[in-house]
Ligand binder design. Structure first.
Ligand code: PLP
Length: 224
């Protein structure tokens, strides 16, 4: 199926989810996750009107960037090794996976401007590999004051793979509560107004719980 057709279906779902909770669909930014697909398919996504593209590896991002350059805004959504920062730093508009001080230090060092970052949080506690413990987030963000090239625009989470809607809702809700708490700290470098949550299987629930960036791969551009 064409990306444009899939996008239309997703836009309809977004409108439906927003109307349930009286949100404005314009608040929802779709990040088209192109990590599974060819450069050609990524180009098709841009032509379909998608302005945010997401990649989870430095190699994939660099390869697609060579062709599409800065036409879309690039989002780095995967685990980021510090030594890879220099490869992507001048190409990305957002990094969704800030999860440790050593990474913040490297981003600060390599960037020539404040970079919009999401702090990745492990809200479910199920997969210890991805994201920070929620209890550590506020302290971590206070420490980022030392790295002015980091701008904390929001929080990000990956929900566990499950069909348990109530559990997903609980995860998204706790990320939102944490985001509101950080926002209320009024740190000039951490406005923390955004929530990056929701993927192909759970984005409508994420929207009902406050998502402003949804990251969609398989349901939008496919996975072949
Ligand atoms: C792959 C990936 C996505 C998109 O996953 P789909 O289920 O294909 O929509 C979103 N976020 C992150 C961090 C990913 O790695």
């Amino acid at each position: 199926m064409k990306v444009a057709e899939k996008l239309e279906m997703i836009n309809n779902q977004i409108i439906k989810a927003c109307s349930k909770v009286a949100r404005d669909p314009d608040e929802i930014n779709i990040v088209a996750v192109t990590k599974y697909v060819s450069i050609k398919r990524a180009e098709e996504a841009v032509q379909a009107g998608l302005i945010h593209l997401g990649e989870n590896r430095d190699s994939g991002l660099m390869e697609k960037w060579e062709v599409l350059k800065g036409e879309p805004q690039w989002h780095f959504i995967g685990t980021l090794q510090s030594r890879k920062v220099k490869n992507i730093i001048d190409k990305v508009s957002y990094i969704h996976s800030l999860d440790r001080l050593s990474l913040a230090k490297e981003i600060h060092k390599r960037a020539d401007r404040p970079v919009s970052c999401f702090v990745q949080v492990n809200v479910s506690g199920e997969d210890s590999k991805h994201g920070m413990d929620p209890q550590e987030v506020a302290g971590f963000i206070r420490n980022l004051e030392d790295y002015p090239n980091i701008k904390v625009v929001g929080l990000m989470t990956m929900a566990p793979h499950t069909d348990d809607e109530n559990f997903l809702r609980k995860c998204f809700r706790s990320l939102r509560e944490l985001q509101e708490h950080i926002h209320s700290m009024e740190l000039p470098y951490a406005p923390c107004t955004e929530l990056s949550m929701g993927m192909s299987n759970d984005y409508t629930i994420a929207i009902e719980e406050g998502a402003t960036f949804i990251r969609i791969g398989s349901a939008l551009v496919g996975n072949d």
